[in-house]
Design a protein around this ligand. Structure first.
Ligand code: SF4
Length: 212
């Protein structure tokens, strides 16, 4: 990472942490993916139950593997042998100690925007798990909530559609057409503007490009 960009990211990170605090959320800043992993493992106590959703950034810092291989109770829906067990794991995920996820966009003012298809991820961010740990690369940071909406809808969602090779207009063109395709992943939109439970939501900002 270029040192001037790293300096700016750190400055923005400090501001976002203050913004998150005003919204009853906890913020941390990591210079590297390795540092982000260490912060995350310091936050999550040994023995904690953990689940995840929309977790590309979580995987990219090595946190998913660390939880699966470490002394934690992991609920891994990706390992479910059939749709029934996958659903059972998703329902269990609402009662875990830590739900691990990324975010589609984060404003400088500390508001997060997330888009979901089935809704299990945004539901768990909003309610259920005792803690929500968000891993956010600085590529997710934008200035305003309006910019966060634009990023989530026009960048994160089309790339996610392309990742799953869905039959959506954005898969063909890379642009959002506000479709009503049966395959759309843009079904549930969540803006997280305040944590009713103090510090339930913790955000680790990472001086790197993570996720989409
Ligand atoms: S609304 Fe449709 S076209 Fe737009 S990003 Fe979502 S799936 Fe793609």
């Amino acid at each position: 990472m270029d040192k001037n960009r790293a300096k700016r990211n750190r400055q923005l990170g400090e501001q976002i942490i203050k913004s998150l605090k005003q919204r009853n959320m906890e913020g941390y800043y990591a210079e590297t993916k390795e540092e982000a992993l260490k912060i995350a493992l310091d936050i999550i106590p040994k023995g904690a139950s953990c689940a995840w959703g929309g977790a590309k950034s979580v995987a990219e810092i090595g946190l998913k593997d660390a939880v699966l291989e470490g002394d934690y109770k992991a609920y891994n829906r990706e390992a479910a042998p059939n749709p029934q067990e996958k659903r059972a794991i998703e329902l269990t995920s609402f009662d875990v100690d830590f739900f691990l996820t990324g975010t589609n966009a984060l404003s400088m003012d500390g508001e997060m925007v997330n888009i979901d298809g089935f809704g299990n991820r945004v539901a768990a961010i909003a309610y259920g798990p005792r803690n929500v740990l968000v891993i956010a690369g600085m590529n997710k940071v934008v200035k305003t909530l309006e910019d966060a909406w634009k990023r989530a809808r026009n960048e994160a969602a089309p790339i996610n559609s392309q990742r799953f090779e869905l039959s959506t207009p954005c898969n063909k063109t890379g642009m959002c057409y506000d479709c009503k395709s049966a395959d759309t992943i843009c079904c549930q939109f969540l803006v997280t503007r305040f944590s009713k439970v103090p510090n339930r939501i913790k955000v680790i900002l990472v001086n790197d490009n993570l996720g989409f």
